[in-house]
Design a protein around this ligand. Structure first.
Ligand code: ZN
Length: 325
C-alpha cells in the first residue's frame, strides 16, 4: 500500500521489543569486550534492539520520504503541492478537509449532517471503542464529509470520503450522509460530485453496511432521472462495496494517477485464480486503458477540470432542453 496511513503508524508504534523480553540480560559476554576506542569490527557491531534506521534519524513532521522515487521532500513544500511529490508526481494520501479547500471556493462550503454518528446496532465487540478512537484521531464523526459549495461559478453537492477514519469504510452514516447529499442535489438541481477512498463496506455494521449500496444508487437513479450530472472521482484506494456501488456509476468517472481501484484486492484474486496478474493490475492507468474510467486527472488540475466538466455537462443539458429533448 502506498503512502502513510495514520492507523499503520500507530500500530507500528505499539510494537516494541525490550531487552528484557528477549532474555538478553541473562547472557554473559563470552569474551572481555574490547575498549571503546578499539576500531575492530566487533566493536562496531550494533547492539540488538537498538539498531537505528535512517528513517528514525529524520525528525518527524519536517521531511517525508517519497515511496515511489525515494526523494526526501520538505513537508511544507509537499503540503503546498497538495501532497503530490514534486519529483515523480506520486500522489500521497490527502485529508478530506484539505481536499475540500483545494477544490471549493473560499467560504462557500456549507457542510451537511455534521453531527450524524454511527450506532452499534449489532453490538459488535470493540466497535464503540474503535469509533471513539477514530473520532479523536481524525476530529470527524465518520468517514465522509458532505456539503454544498461552489467550484468555479457552479454550485455542486460534494461528498468527500476520509480513509483515515476506519479505512474509509461505508457504514450507515456514510450511506445516509451521501444519500441525503444526492437528494439535496436532486431537490436543488445541482450536480453531484463524490470523491471516494475506501476499503469497502464496514464489517462492524454487517448487512446495514451492504444496504447502503442500494440506497445510494437508488438516490443517484432519481438524480439521473432529473438529468443532473454525477461525477465520481476515485482516489487511492477505492475498493469493494464502495466501488461496487456509487463510485462506479458516475456519468463521468475520474481517477487520480496511480490509484488502486477494484472490487477484491489483487492478492485475493491471485490466490483465487491461481494465475499471474498483468503488470499495473487495478491501477487507474490500467483501468483507463480498459474503459472502466474516463480520465486520469492529477490532483493539481482537479479543480479546473471539474469546472470544465460541470460547465460542459450543464451547458449540454441546457442545449438539449432548448431543443425540446
Ligand atoms: Zn516521488
Amino acid at each position: 500500500m502506498k503512502g502513510v496511513v495514520t492507523k499503520q503508524k500507530s500500530d507500528i508504534g505499539t510494537t516494541t521489543f525490550t531487552k528484557k523480553s528477549l532474555g538478553l540480560e541473562t547472557i554473559e559476554p563470552a569474551v572481555t569486550p574490547p575498549p571503546l576506542s578499539s576500531n575492530t569490527s566487533f566493536a562496531k557491531k550494533p547492539k540488538l534492539g537498538v539498531s537505528k534506521s535512517r528513517k528514525k534519524d529524520i525528525p518527524e513532521g519536517i521531511w517525508t520520504n517519497c515511496p515511489k522515487c525515494s526523494s526526501m521532500l520538505y513537508d511544507k513544500e509537499l503540503d503546498d503541492n497538495l501532497k503530490v511529490c514534486m519529483k515523480c508526481q506520486h500522489h500521497f494520501p490527502i485529508g478530506a478537509r484539505e481536499r475540500i479547500n483545494s477544490l471549493v471556493e473560499t467560504c462557500t462550503f456549507e457542510e451537511m449532517d455534521v453531527d450524524m454518528t454511527a450506532v452499534d446496532v449489532l453490538k459488535f465487540p470493540s466497535y464503540p471503542d474503535k469509533l471513539s478512537k477514530y473520532r479523536k484521531s481524525t476530529g470527524s464523526k465518520d468517514a465522509v464529509i458532505t456539503g454544498i459549495g461552489s467550484i468555479g461559478s457552479h454550485r455542486v453537492a460534494l461528498g468527500i470520503m476520509d480513509f483515515t477514519f476506519l479505512g474509509g469504510s461505508m457504514g450507515s452514516v456514510v450511506g445516509e450522509k451521501l444519500t441525503r447529499l444526492i437528494e439535496a442535489g436532486t431537490d436543488k438541481g445541482l450536480p453531484v460530485i463524490i470523491i471516494s477512498t475506501s476499503g469497502g463496506a464496514r464489517m462492524y455494521e454487517g448487512m446495514f453496511s451492504l444496504m447502503q449500496m442500494a440506497k445510494t444508487c437508488g438516490a443517484l437513479a432519481y438524480h439521473a432521472r432529473n438529468r443532473l450530472p454525477y461525477i465520481s472521482i476515485l482516489t487511492d484506494p477505492t475498493y469493494a462495496g464502495v466501488m461496487a456501488s456509487y463510485a462506479s456509476v458516475g456519468d463521468l468517472i475520474l481517477a487520480e494517477p496511480g490509484a488502486m481501484i477494484g472490487f477484491a484486492g489483487p492478492r485475493v484474486i491471485k490466490d483465487t485464480t491461481q494465475s499471474e496478474l498483468p503488470p499495473g493490475f487495478q491501477t487507474s492507468e490500467f483501468l483507463l486503458d480498459r474503459g472502466l474510467i474516463d480520465a486520469i486527472v492529477p490532483r493539481g488540475q482537479m479543480k479546473t477540470r471539474l469546472e470544465f466538466y460541470v460547465d460542459f455537462m450543464l451547458t449540454g443539458q441546457k442545449h438539449l432542453a432548448s431543443l425540446g429533448a
